[in-house]
Design a protein around this ligand. Sequence first.
Ligand code: XMP
Length: 515
Amino acid sequence: SVVVLDFGGQYAHLIARRIRELNFYSKLLPYDISLEDLQRSNPAAVVFSGGPASVLEKDAPRPREEVVSFLLRNKIPILGVCYGHQLIASFFGGRIARKEKGEYGSSVLRVVEKNELFLDTPSIQRVWMSHRDSVVELPSDLVVLASTDYSEVAAYKHRTLPAYGVQFHPEVKHTEHGKTILSNFLRRVVGLTPNWFIEDEAMHIIEEMRKNIKGKVLLAVSGGVDSLTTALMLQKAIGGENLYLIHVNTGLLRENESERVLEILKKLGFTNVHYVDASKLFLERLRGVTDPEEKRRIIAKTFAEVFKDKALQLSHTVGGFKYLAQGTIYPDRVESGATGKATAKIKSHHNVVMEAIPGLELVEPLAEFYKDEVRRIAEILGLPEELVKQHPFPGPGLAVRVLGEVTEEKLKILRKATMIVEEEFRKAGLYEKVWQAFPVLLPVKSVGVKGDVRSYEYVLALRVVESEDAMTASFVKLPWDFLEKLAERLVNEVDGVNRVLYDITHKPPATIEFE
Ligand code: XMP
């Protein structure tokens, strides 16, 4: 595999994603991985990601000594990106310095030395930069390959070892020829031939499940792409008889969502579908709770409880279960700390919490895939297009979009608003063009005037983002006319709301959800 060592950069995931798009298997591993664990991944090449630290700091994240010497000794090709570029230069004795100001955004790169990394790309090209530390002096073993006005050493290679560095981000779309550069590294430097295809991988996993699963499988289905795709893979692998689906209504779902999910499951031919309405319990437990992490914890815990109760009850009537399947996808694991120490924990994501029901073996057919890859698999397995393309919806549901205390009154407002927002986006043909679009109910009221009468009602914020993998996101610059119409509908049709705000922050520094 092609290993990406994660130094905590926002774009670390994107590097792995791009490599997979080029049809090479790639995975993200923590920067301080042990040699033994690294060897287990059988690395054909290693990419050092970007990261927020500075090579100049004493306790800057570095790979273990043993790992570096293993890579160099065995001539395993390495490519440093941004922080990784500086780190590798410093291994060989290059000098890094912090400059007066940084180089952020688009830069013009000039290729100054013909070489395999920039093959099939023009000698002048746009690249995406985001750094202040720079490589200012190279040892004689390293040669400059490309420069920008700001960075003389924007790319280098080692004279005799397969070691390269690029200060810019080839994984980011704004780097015009980034994909070609990554492809050049993998094909020309490493000498790999594309051999990883999602279709084959998915079929292989289904085949493995068919061979290995002997007994009853439980799966919680929210109705999102991940859980539906997991269900379909299992259906294909073991048929419907031993597959038990549970849908829990947390009361934090959108308008008629549970009904819709049950209908979809029926249409897809699932027969053992069990429904639990736990909305009262969730609301009760959330009463008076305002802290976002506390809310998330309560929801996760309650969900696990309700699910277990139902599982127990089911196993009394139909006999014991042997497996617990989950729609966990790759970023869920990574964001919840499965790979890295360099990546800070931002939120307790709900999916990974269910991990253990003692005695049940965990089945996670999507654990290696990114969201767009899951969508591809869903398509192949025949999930209707509108379900494949549905926006992600967080596990804790509307509870993280009703800021502060969650009450039935507020949920009702938000449900109505959510319905209108989705409707308008679909009508305007914008739904599939954005990553997510939803209203958030702020815990404040403001004064307005409706029909000549003073009103004192809630404020909605609209959150609309573009993203490739939810790790970073930009707000969408929607047409004013569309926003105007949407806001009009919201204040006219949703009781209890008299004002609509538009969120114009990117992630980072904001997150996509508000809590
Ligand atoms: P944030 O708010 O962290 O969200 O920028 C990133 C993406 O994850 C979704 N999200 C969740 N998904 N369980 C989920 O399954 C969760 O607890 C959860 N919290 C956030 C969010 O909608 C966005 O797509």
